[in-house]
Design a protein around this ligand. Structure first.
Ligand SMILES: [Cu+2]
Length: 175
């Protein structure tokens, strides 16, 4: 029979499945922070491997109650940040969510995270498609990103050490 017959084994997944967005998530990581920290930051590259533009509108994570895309800004030597809003990713393009530019602001953590932990994200696009991403908790960006902490606002000296580096600097304007 040529009719569509979803496999029985995937019925549960199918019931909640949204269409997979044609993206490749690379270099996903969450900056480690001391226990009790109430806001963390996450980074990744979102590469559009499809043939149409995508619009990234939101993300969520089992590990956090609220996830927002923020942009860091430097003004008069002070770092601040604001919600970045939806981001267009052209076909073949890559949205870089890197320290010093965009970051996922990870709020309302449901439990402490330590270096090496995996954090799952679901990215949502304007066309209703979604992408799953798994980020590792780490002290600094994976070497393969080619970006280092030296672009971290508030740390122009490049002297980033320890867990609070960019996150601590970025959190202050909200408080
Ligand atoms: Cu932020």
């Amino acid at each position: 029979m040529p009719s569509a017959t979803p496999s029985a084994s995937s019925s549960k997944a199918a019931a909640k499945a949204a269409r997979a967005a044609p993206v490749r998530i690379e270099n996903a990581w969450v900056r480690a922070a001391p226990p009790g920290t109430d806001m963390l930051a996450g980074y990744m590259d979102v590469r559009n491997v499809g043939n149409r533009a995508l619009r990234l509108v939101a993300a969520d994570s089992d590990a956090f109650g609220l996830v927002e895309l923020h942009r860091s800004l430097m003004s008069g030597g002070m770092s601040s940040m604001r919600p970045a809003g939806a981001q267009d990713i052209p076909a073949g393009g890559s949205l870089q969510i890197h320290a010093g530019g965009l970051h996922w602001m990870l709020m309302e953590p449901r439990h402490d995270l330590k270096v090496g932990d995996a954090v799952a994200f679901t990215l949502h696009f304007a066309d209703g498609s979604v992408a799953r991403a798994v980020a590792r908790v780490a002290q600094q960006a994976p070497a393969s990103t080619g970006t280092s902490n030296q672009v971290c606002p508030g740390h122009r000296s490049g002297m980033i050490n320890g867990s609070t580096g960019c996150v601590g600097a970025a959190i202050q304007p909200l408080q």
